[in-house]
Design a protein around this ligand. Sequence first.
Ligand code: NAD
Length: 311
Amino acid sequence: MEVTLSDIETQKDMMIILCTTSSFFADNFPPDYKVIKNPYCRKLSEEEVIGLIKEYKPDGIVAGVECLTRNVLESAGNLKVVSRCGVGLDSVDLDAARELNIKIFNTPDVPVKPVAELTVGMIYNLTRRIESLNSNIKKGKWVKQTGGLVSEKTIGIIGCGRIGSHVARLIEPTGSKILGFDPMLNTHPNCKLVSFDQLIESSDVITLHVPLTPETKNLLNSEVLRQTKPGAIIINNSRGELLDEDTLYELLKSGHLAGAGLDVFKSEPYKGPLAQLENTILTPHIGSSAGNSRIEMESSAVNNLVIGLTT
Ligand code: NAD
């Protein structure tokens, strides 16, 4: 049920829910919950979230990737639950939430297949140069290029949790060699675990599936990117801050790297120079939006919100 400010003033006992995600379609809120959707239909700034919180005084927030900083959480006197529609919690100040007794939930399982399938799609596309051949024909150029075979490549997965492991399961039947690096694991059923440096130096494709934390920020920094194999492909469908976009651009332009597939960027919406290169595939942070996944993730975020508000 959607609501106006005057509704709220006359129905003070209702649970007020603010959906700060840029879009939100799930309708499985209990009937007595009043739901306010993001009026801008895009990623909100910190000031915009604070403005909406001051206006509506929500009991719960269904959050996307907008920043829920300490300032934001402290401005929300009634807030009891933040339910993230997604996995990453890097956008939420978890220490502030703990101090303010705000419960935090996320939806870790739903995005696994969509993000892993997007990743594998990018790996095939870039290895076989489908995007670049397609773009040539559309420009009137009939240029034949020989691509690579995924089955002959070494795929390096950094972060072998839910998504990274599913990428490994999808790639394994091709016969590719699969390397993994994950400091929390000693063994993995589908990856040969190696050190970070070994993975960087031996992989033809490097794909990132780690959360954004102070330790992983800029994990693929300039020095690391320069240690990659000539002709390597980089995939980042996790978080933009994990890699140095300037060095990535330089190495793609010089031809040291053969390609990059990115669904996430340091600043979104992305408007930078990687969009001018033929050997990049860029998508607008839609990793989890495929099939029924988006609506399942939204429904799951609502269920978590209700659990948080009622237990
Ligand atoms: P997960 O928690 O299941 O797995 C993350 C793995 O990374 C863990 O196994 C952890 O041990 C490992 N890890 C932590 N620090 C590491 C490091 N320094 N080096 C190597 N490994 C490290 O998480 P997941 O469900 O697989 O999701 C991974 C990330 O994908 C999320 O944190 C999120 O940022 C991103 N994501 C993006 C989208 C999108 O729309 N593009 C959607 C969902 C998730």
